[in-house]
Design a protein around this ligand. Structure first.
Ligand code: HEM
Length: 423
């Protein structure tokens, strides 16, 4: 059935519903994730893939990932040196890291010490996943107003928009704007502004500031939360499976030990580090950060098996259930990365048993960037430190999730790191 929706009838099933929060936060659905399947969605998705998200572009940003991950490792190492007195909140550390990486890619600079951006995005991603009565029973939308949801949404959007507009203004070629030395060339804003100013010919429309800010929201939210959630889940799963932790740590340390650091360029080679890659795949099987993908809607009436499906029908693909289906997976609830050594199933959207990134026209365009980010984070955490769960915090609470569009672990992963190498 998933294959029917994601492949055979992809054209009919590739719409997105116009949900209240998604419509607001995506500037009336003009970028990628929450837009209908139209020419402007196609053109903008293509630009993002061509300029930032294709596998060759992902390598372009590897120095950013490498630098920022090193910063996080240094901070954890300082906590680890404090005679077993300090613990590390890995959720906070990883979320701040993925947000810093994607901000540098999007804006050319980091907002690590300006907590406004992450605070606003946290609120937005919470609202994107929140239940609005009016999305399902429009005439009862007054309940959302009564619950204060409308004003929350309005307030969040207003602040986010002002923040993004401020950054766009800084990037416009004002004579007074001084490009700081550490600012990256070819960041998302500068590229989009160039396309706007040069009136890109291949576009079916004029690119507006709304389009640019909406793309930034997609990239910031897409790039911050799913990679962070996957990295944290991977560490939580490994802490619950000490034997697997030992094996994957041995693999990473043997591989990079002589070099003395984790080199992203070397992780990329498909045949290297099979255990690490299987751990990440198994994490995405058990804990896909978007368990129902993003909600779809039929563009037109169609037939699915024996069923007649009307136009504008909401469609939820339950990747979470498929990825734990006992008819497909042996001992599906078990965290067992070795299962991928004997299987060619991959998560790139061709195998419908495992679709944490979706598939078809709506497949996640950030797949390569997401995987590269998770790999370098998890490999570094395993290389540099041994990990312990502090006494009293043994309940890693593996399956409870935080509210939000991305399913992250509910309780923060608080751990004690022990330096394995000296940095
Ligand atoms: C581990 C990391 C990630 C996972 C598991 C993930 C997962 C997904 C999933 C399941 C979808 C919906 C697909 C569908 O509806 O069929 C999606 C869409 C999307 N993702 Fe990701 N994602 C990740 C990283 C990223 C990154 C790094 C970015 C950008 C920087 C990104 C940007 C997007 C965008 C823009 C869409 C909307 C695509 C469309 O509607 O056409 N994602 N992602």
């Amino acid at each position: 059935m998933a294959q029917e929706v994601l492949k055979t009838h992809d054209l009919e099933f590739c719409g997105r519903p116009s949900f209240l929060a998604q419509k607001k936060i995506s500037y009336n659905r003009v970028a990628i994730a929450f837009s209908p399947c139209n020419d402007s969605w196609k053109a903008i998705k293509k630009i993002c893939v061509t300029h930032f998200l294709s596998s060759s572009n992902v390598s372009r940003f590897s120095s950013i990932r490498q630098f920022e991950v090193n910063q996080m490792i240094k901070e954890i190492s300082i906590q680890a040196s404090n005679n077993n007195k300090s613990v590390t909140n890995l959720d906070d550390a990883i979320l701040s890291l993925t947000n810093t990486i994607i901000s540098r890619i999007a804006f050319g600079r980091s907002y690590k010490y300006d907590k406004r951006l992450l605070g606003l995005l946290n609120e937005s991603q919470g609202l994107l996943g929140a239940f609005f009565v009016s999305d399902y029973v429009p005439f009862m939308g007054w309940i959302d107003k009564l619950r204060g949801m409308h004003s929350l949404l309005e307030r969040n959007f207003k602040k986010l928009d002002a923040f993004l507009q401020e950054i766009v203004n800084q990037h416009l070629d004002h004579p007074e704007r001084q490009k700081s030395e550490e600012e990256e060339e070819d960041n998302v804003i500068d590229v989009l502004l160039k396309l706007k100013i040069n009136k890109e010919q291949s576009f079916p429309f004029d690119l507006t500031y709304e389009h640019i800010k909406a793309v930034l929201v997609d990239i910031l939210i897409g790039g911050t939360y799913s990679s962070a959630a996957t990295s944290t889940w991977a560490m939580a799963k490994l802490l619950k499976s000490p034997k697997t932790m030992m094996k994957v740590q041995a693999e990473v340390r043997n591989f990079f030990g002589r070099k003395g650091f984790v080199d992203e360029e070397e992780i990329k080679n498909n045949n290297d580090l099979p255990y690490l890659k299987a751990v990440i795949k198994e994490t995405l099987r058990l804990q896909p950060p978007l368990p129902l993908l993003l909600t779809r809607e039929t563009n037109e009436a169609c037939k699915l098996g024996e069923y007649e499906i009307e136009a504008n029908t909401l469609v939820y693909v339950n990747a979470w259930a498929i990825q734990r289906d006992p008819e497909i997976w042996k001992n599906p609830e078990e965290f067992y990365p070795e299962r991928f050594f004997e299987s060619s199933i991959d998560f790139k959207g061709q195998d419908f048993e495992l679709t944490p990134f979706g598939s078809g026209r709506r497949v996640c365009p950030g797949l390569n960037m997401g995987v590269a980010t998770v790999e370098i984070i998890v490999a570094n955490l395993l290389f540099w430190f041994d990990w312990e769960v502090p006494i009293g915090m043994e309940d890693l609470d593996n399956n409870e999730i935080k509210p939000g569009i991305v399913h992250s672990k509910k309780n923060p992963l608080i751990l004690r790191a022990k330096n394995y190498y000296h940095i």
